[in-house]
Write a protein that binds this ligand. Structure first.
Ligand code: CP
Length: 358
């Protein structure tokens, strides 16, 4: 059974195909209005969301399908202690496809191992957000017509910003991409992304704490919110939350066709004064998200119909139960009787659910 847990679950060719479908949906929405007639999407959101949940629901309704779901852990039986694995097995008896957001890293992967229907990761803790990346890729394509040879600056909370981790993974597969990582030292990109994604793929990168230093070189500036909900120390969040605030004076040296992106929601880091600048594309990202989620639902439901239903199998090269993941944000810290899987990368072991190094 095909699911989307990490953006690299799909090949570059498959992503190009999704982009083609999304652009066709934009041009000919009526042609797709019954593509998912009779199908049911379950949106299982254990963490708050506006865009992702409602764009999934909009996508399914615009395709002629129906939607069930919940929008918080407290309104589901997770509040009584039900596991993610059992939830996935139960929902497989009701729906045809699941979109899951969870505060624990790796929870959608656990769901996909236990569901008999496709599972889409709609954001897992500070780890990944592959469907936001699909929205981001479509936006970059609509603006620049390519992914090769672009320079992308990521600014803000690169530690907990799951959209950043997923977009860097996606960009690591194109040629000539340069990334500029702009953050305070406390919110730098996690080591596993630098080592296992950036250095492994040979992606060119620099790290800086200055928003202005590389501004004139950027084709894309990707702003992010400091993720207050992921900080253990709230005083540290208060100290860091306004590290960068994008205002018109900060982009005077930027290219005239630079694309300003933000996955939203924004707090202080992106002034509303930027909204009228022709380079502001964060509301285009929202539209791209709906279109790509429509294309994704069509693809996964088609593949589920074409193939024999079988549960997702983890990579057979993974090592089982040799260690325990120590990341308290990992789903293995709470899920009952889970097998702890690890992958070996250059002699180091990383949790298969959250990517933390052992
Ligand atoms: N971009 C994004 O994931 O927004 P929501 O948290 O509102 O879904």
């Amino acid at each position: 059974m095909r699911s989307l847990i990490d953006v690299v679950d799909f090949s570059v060719e498959e992503i190009n195909e999704l982009i083609k479908t999304a652009l066709d949906i934009q041009k000919n929405p009526d042609m797709y209005s019954e593509s998912c007639k009779g199908k049911l999407l379950a949106t299982l959101f254990f963490e708050p969301s506006t865009r992702t949940r409602l764009s999934f629901e909009t996508a399914m309704l615009r395709l002629g399908g129906s939607v069930i779901g919940f929008s918080s852990a407290s309104s589901s039986s997770a509040s009584k202690g039900e596991s993610v694995a059992d939830t996935a097995k139960v929902i497989s008896e009701y729906a045809d496809i699941i979109a899951m957001r969870h505060y624990k890293e790796g929870a959608p992967l656990v769901a996909s191992e236990n569901a008999s229907i496709p599972v889409i990761n709609a954001g897992d803790g500070g780890h990944c957000h592959p469907t936001q990346t699909l929205a981001d890729l479509l936006t970059i394509y609509r603006r620049h017509g390519r992914f090769d040879d672009i320079t992308v600056g990521f600014c803000g909370d690169l530690k907990f910003g799951r959209t950043v981790h997923s977009l860097i993974s996606a960009l690591s597969r194109y040629k000539g991409v340069k990334i500029v990582l702009i953050s305070p030292k406390e919110l730098k990109l996690p080591e596993y992304v630098i080592k296992n994604v950036i250095e492994k793929s040979g992606l060119s990168y620099v790290e800086t704490d200055s928003l202005e230093e590389y501004m004139s070189e950027l084709d894309v500036l990707y702003m992010t919110r400091v993720q207050g909900e992921r900080f253990e120390d709230k005083a540290e969040y208060e100290r860091l939350k306004d590290s960068y605030i994008l205002t018109p004076d900060k982009i005077v040296t930027a290219k005239s066709d630079m694309t300003i992106m933000h996955p939203l929601p924004r707090v202080n880091e992106l002034s509303v004064k930027i909204d009228t600048d022709s380079r502001a594309c964060y509301f285009m990202q929202v539209e791209s998200g709906k279109l790509m989620r429509m294309a994704l639902i069509i693809k996964l439901l088609k593949e589920a119909k074409d193939k024999n239903p079988e549960r997702r199998l983890l990579n057979p090269e993974l090592v089982a139960d040799k260690f325990k993941c120590k990341n308290p944000a990992c789903i293995t810290s709470t899920e009952q009787e889970i097998i702890h899987y690890f992958k070996e990368v250059d002699g180091e072991y990383h949790c298969a659910y959250c990517d933390a190094k052992i």
